[in-house]
Design a protein around this ligand. Sequence first.
Ligand code: ATP
Ligand code: ZN
Ligand code: MG
Length: 313
Amino acid sequence: MDALSQTAPAPGQGGAKEFLDQLFSAGVLTETGVDGLYGRSGDFEEVIERFETLVTRYAGADKAERIHFPPGMPRPMLEKSGYLKSFPQLAGCVHSFMGGEADHARLLQMLANGEDWTDLQQATDVVLTPAACYPLYPTVAKRGPMPDGGVLFDLKSYCFRHEPSQDPARMQLFRMREYVRIGSPEEVRAFRESWLERGPELIRSLGLPCEIDLANDPFFGRAGKMLANNQRDQGLKFELLIPVANEKPTACLSFNYHQDHFGTLWGIQQADGTPAHSACVGFGLERVALALFRHHGMKVADWPQSVRAVLWG
Ligand code: ATP
Ligand code: ZN
Ligand code: MG
């Protein structure tokens, strides 16, 4: 047993579902009837705000351009991104009613009969954003070749992933804060290295145990197994794990090196015309907040003074 699983909640203290029920009864999260879709309390939101301020402080002098895209992105953009090839099981597309009055009457009839009325809806131009950085790459490509030294972005978005679960740390709609570095391989790797050091420092300053580990994305299907192995062999994805609600600790930050995948796909050029490399560091904001509630208790006012001092200054 490694150091982290020893600090994970003991089986007798309950697992994910018990933690979820605890969060509901303390009013930290509000139940909606759909797994992974919750209301958040004022305290929960304030913790996220304070945590984000801390993240900005750790980003330090790095001059980042901030862009907040909405939680929906153009459907053709997701189609071209390759997301549907790798993660069809997670994607969500917005559908809408586009019929006339006769169709509307049918829809109401179906509703009244308890029939499936969604057949009367059609796909719109909008899909739900699966990761905060997806809309960024085509945006940067449109600006033309990058300046010398590359670029750095500070992003945040609500993200959707169809992975309903009773683990409160696995939501269907959650927020991701991301820093994205685009530039030469050396610039991009140095960026990721520095966050691999800053990330654990930041999390430990909040009185949370953590550990960095090699990881892979949940690529779909049999071909996906190979992609996942490849990602691991090349050390392209690392995660910062914190015990939250399971015996297995939860990925709360992720550190991804895409090589020139997005640069080539979208035509992002370095100043010398070669395809840009990119890396992103993602902060799962709900997961970090849940880790804090798990380790320090349901009442923010009762959290250790040292933790409160770091968050509230
Ligand atoms: P996991 O292996 O737990 O599914 P992931 O590898 O899919 O995580 P990423 O795709 O790297 O996660 O997403 C970046 C960050 O977003 C993660 O480190 C995590 O903190 C957060 N995140 C991912 N999926 C969810 C989810 N379903 N609910 C809440 N936060 C999530
Ligand atoms: Zn990203
Ligand atoms: Mg996942």
